[in-house]
Design a protein around this ligand. Structure first.
Ligand SMILES: Nc1ncnc2c1ncn2[C@@H]1O[C@H](COP(=O)(O)OP(=O)(O)OP(=O)(O)O)[C@@H](O)[C@H]1O
Length: 272
């Protein structure tokens, strides 16, 4: 059993830190529907943590609890050891938690660069008033934000399309631009809502590589929900398995693969 306050190095040499976020006995209801039933799990600094489960299992609901979009009726969220009060999504974002969406939420008429720049909004300190009175400071800030956006565009290898309106891009690249925008916020925790949904094999491979690179290069903690089991097992350090709102498994990919309840409920067949 790992100590929550301690870090460790995984078998493949990955550096995992202490617990950064804890979901404690979360229950979320929509009228009579219990989307999340008394679920607890934690997220460690620097890890890639997946939440998987069949349709309607409650994965999106859980991600929306983490991002502050839904407020559970029971349970609590602890962030860096402190109980998090009921927060609006923008307040959660200010704590360093960014997300992408299942149905891409970009500005289609705007260029890739401008979309990525919108991810910097939390870093813009000079408001309109400030811009009017301290033009120099606002200009310096704009230059720094633009530089950061360009760095991320380079990192995700989308320089060639930086001036292209997002609406003209194929699906896989839009997903990558969404990742770029979320990264522009320089998050400590990145929430990815089905990052591979609707992608072909090649696009999935690219996205997996970028997720690993982001985690490796920036040390970003990543929580993702995903349908594609193969992808999840390859990418993740630990996996939470949900089914009908309940947690039925939690552990390393190997532990989850060998968990009989998970095999019965989700995989359907035993893996040798
Ligand atoms: N806003 C809502 N209002 C009412 N019921 C909801 C709402 N959001 C989710 N639910 C219900 O909660 C349950 C869990 O849904 P959720 O979308 O979290 O599952 P999921 O695992 O993300 O599914 P999928 O993989 O299909 O996206 C479902 O029964 C769903 O119908």
């Amino acid at each position: 059993m790992l100590d929550a306050a301690e870090g460790h190095v995984t078998a493949d040499g990955r550096q995992i830190g202490p617990v950064v976020m804890e979901m404690r006995n979360i229950t979320l209801r929509f009228g009579g529907v219990e989307a999340i039933k008394n679920i607890s799990f934690d997220v460690r600094e620097g890890e890639i943590r997946a939440i998987i489960g069949p349709n309607g299992a409650g994965k999106s609901s859980m991600l929306n609890v983490i991002s502050g979009f839904y407020h559970p009726q029971e349970g609590e969220v602890l962030y860096r050891g402190a109980k998090r009060p009921s927060m609006k999504p923008f307040q959660v974002a200010r704590q360093g938690i960014a997300r992408t969406f299942q149905n891409i939420a970009l500005f289609e008429g705007m260029s890739v660069l401008d979309n990525v720049m919108t991810g910097r909004l939390n870093h813009m300190k000079t408001g309109l008033f400030g811009q009017a009175f301290w033009w120099g400071r606002a200009e310096a800030e704009e230059v720094a934000n633009r530089q950061k956006a360009e760095e991320i565009i380079d990192f995700l290898e989308i320089q060639a399309i930086r001036k292209t309106p997002v609406g003209r891009l194929p699906y896989g690249l839009k997903k990558r631009v969404e990742l770029a925008r979320a990264l522009a916020a320089e998050p400590q925790i990145l929430l990815l809502d089905e990052p591979m949904a609707g992608m072909n094999v090649e696009e999935k491979e690219d996205m997996s590589r970028f997720i690993l690179d982001v985690n490796d290069e920036f040390g970003t903690t990543i929580v993702l929900i995903e349908h594609d089991m193969g992808v999840v097992m390859d990418l993740s350090d630990r996996v939470v398995v949900m089914d009908y709102g309940k947690k039925i498994g939690d552990g390393t990919p190997d532990e989850v693969r060998n968990n009989q309840e998970v095999i019965d409920a989700y995989l359907g067949v035993a893996h040798d």
